[in-house]
Design a protein around this ligand. Structure first.
Ligand SMILES: CC(C)(COP(=O)(O)OP(=O)(O)OC[C@H]1O[C@@H](n2cnc3c(N)ncnc32)[C@H](O)[C@@H]1OP(=O)(O)O)[C@@H](O)C(=O)NCCC(=O)NCCS
Length: 184
């Protein structure tokens, strides 16, 4: 059973923004996430088909999780996608992986670029991370462009490091360092 919570976090760039998930996001979450073209560029923990039960399980996790920063991408406060940071551990504790997705109806309007910009700035300025990175499947130029437009640099290609939908794919590693961190 999900417990309703008031929003704990919100950053906006009107009419878009990123904010904490809410129980009431379930219908919009499933409607936007249930798409093979969205799932194709994400890890298999983002299922297809994306059923109501998957959305409910994800929201339960997102509402309880303290360590990860899991957020909804919203247009006028209505969920249209998701974005999150997964902090590293041990010798990687100064960095976080960023991941994101948008419902297909909202692609190519610059929304992911804005959301990644908001969360990356927050990761550096408020959360104290020194490096934010992302792994992008080789067949996803739109996501690479989103990262490049936010000042991420391609650091390398992890050859055939992903097996997705039965195909082996290269993964491109992108990262951005906090200001002043490059020479550290
Ligand atoms: C990747 C994704 C988040 C992009 O979201 P978006 O809001 O459409 O992205 P934006 O509009 O901010 O920017 C997309 C950029 O890629 C470009 N682009 C889109 N499709 C492209 C393609 N096939 N080839 C090259 N560039 C492409 C756009 O022209 C735009 O660049 P521009 O502003 O220089 O013209 C969205 O497609 C998505 O959710 N895909 C499925 C999940 C996913 O891939 N998540 C990321 C995993 S690393």
């Amino acid at each position: 059973m999900l417990c309703p919570m008031t929003p704990r976090f919100e950053l906006s760039s009107p009419p878009y923004g990123i904010r904490s998930f809410r129980v009431s996001d379930l219908e919009a979450l499933v409607r936007n996430a249930d798409d093979p073209d969205v799932a194709a560029s994400l890890q298999d923990c983002f299922p297809h088909p994306y059923r109501e039960e998957d959305g409910r399980r994800f929201l339960e996790h997102a509402l309880r999780e303290k360590r990860e920063v899991l957020l909804a991408i919203v247009e006028e406060d209505v969920l249209i996608g998701g974005i999150g940071l997964v902090p590293g551990g041990d010798v990687h504790a100064h960095q976080a992986e960023i991941g994101y997705w948008l419902g297909k109806a909202h692609w190519r309007r610059g929304i992911a670029t804005r959301a990644v910009g908001l969360l990356t700035d927050h990761a550096f300025r408020e959360l104290g991370f020194l490096r934010v990175w992302a792994g992008v499947f080789a067949n996803n130029p739109a996501s690479m462009r989103v990262l490049e437009k936010n000042g991420f640099e391609r650091e390398g290609v992890l050859r055939r490091s992903v097996r997705k939908n039965g195909r082996f794919l290269d993964q491109h590693l992108f990262a951005k360092l906090a200001a002043g961190c490059a020479g550290a």
